[in-house]
Design a protein around this ligand. Structure first.
Ligand SMILES: [Zn+2]
Length: 332
């Protein structure tokens, strides 16, 4: 029950906020005033703890990579939970899991609630999962209280949103498939750490992707509601339980390569062309420049490839990734 002491109150407040908001909207049609629907915290904790057990690194965080065995187990669990409350459950042609509760008007655009359940290597139990479980709990509460919704509601549980499995620029795959911006080319070019392309990994997972079929038509989704853990520590530092997103940060990701000359570690210092030293200066420069631009922007350098990666040789090649995020709607 480690979860209870850790972050459960965050979830409780988040869920209550979500459920109350929706109930308030419904009440325009059903009742005068707001109705408060009670979520079941034990059920929520059980979901999150169970999903955290589907990990490739037990005892060392949650590792649930896209199209892995652990992904399958998590999907099966979620599918069962959705079926228990009578949702129509299916996996689309890009392996995104949906659970649909019909509305009074089945032809109305859908309200989608959910998030991703895949994780980075050694990730946290709440990232993404909190949003999927929130959606599940909301529809359980609807079921228990015989709430009739006007619009159809779909839980969305995505399994390829983290970019880590297939490298920079490959994240939010389910979202991109949904809106039709994911390309066939990407499926055949990017590779995971086992050397499989996205298409090959999906095939091994038991699915032949069909991007044309996975795409949702424009106008068919009315709202997309996602509860997500805070990525930065701002709310946590201010002890605020829940925040509403006003806008999304702009993200730029770049690869940088440094070329030097390969020499033995006995080479004189003055004549070396050490690619790692050049990369180190770059890291410090990025840090300094981004800091000088104020609080509306962050810059991170990581994911180093060093060749040769040895203390016996001066490396002649270093590759790194840079991520710039901007949080200001104005130009930073
Ligand atoms: Zn996430």
């Amino acid at each position: 029950m480690w979860l209870k002491n850790l972050n459960a109150h965050y979830l409780l407040f988040g869920f209550l906020a979500s459920v109350t908001i929706i109930a308030d909207r419904l009440s325009n049609h059903m009742l005068k005033g707001t109705i408060i629907l009670q979520v079941n915290l034990d059920r929520v904790i059980n979901d999150i703890e169970t999903l955290a057990t589907f990990t490739a690194t037990p005892g060392n965080g949650v590792t649930k990579s896209s199209y892995s065995h652990e992904d399958k187990l998590a999907k099966e669990y979620l599918k069962n939970e959705m079926e228990k409350i009578g949702l129509k459950v299916w996996q689309d042609e890009f392996s995104t899991l949906f659970g649909r509760r019909e509305g009074k008007n089945p032809d109305a655009p859908v309200i989608m609630i959910g998030s991703h359940y895949d994780s980075v290597v050694n990730g946290g139990a709440f990232d993404g999962v909190a949003g999927v479980v929130a959606a599940l709990e909301i529809l359980r509460v609807f079921q228990e209280n015989n709430i009739e919704n006007d619009y159809p509601i779909e839980i969305i549980a995505m399994n390829a949103e983290e970019g880590e499995t297939f490298g920079p620029g490959t994240g939010v795959s389910n979202s991109r498939a949904l809106v039709g911006t994911l390309t066939e080319k990407e499926l055949d070019t990017v590779k995971n750490r086992h050397g499989l392309t996205k298409r090959e990994a999906m095939k091994a997972y038991g699915l032949v992707p069909d991007l044309a079929k996975a795409k949702r038509e424009k106008g068919s989704i009315k709202n997309f509601i996602e509860l997500h853990i805070e990525q930065g520590p701002v709310l946590d530092n201010h002890q605020i339980d829940v925040g509403l997103v006003e806008y999304l940060p702009g993200i730029g990701r770049y690869k940088v390569k440094f070329h030097g000359s390969l020499e033995d570690s006995t080479a004189p210092m003055a004549s070396r062309k050490d690619a790692m030293v050049a990369a180190s200066k770059f890291v410090l420069a990025v840090n300094q420049i981004v800091q000088s631009l104020g609080t509306g922007i962050t810059g991170t350098v990581g994911e180093f490839e060093i060749s040769p990666n040895s203390h016996q040789f001066v490396p002649d090649y270093v590759q790194a990734s840079v991520e710039i995020r901007t949080f200001d709607k104005k130009d930073s």
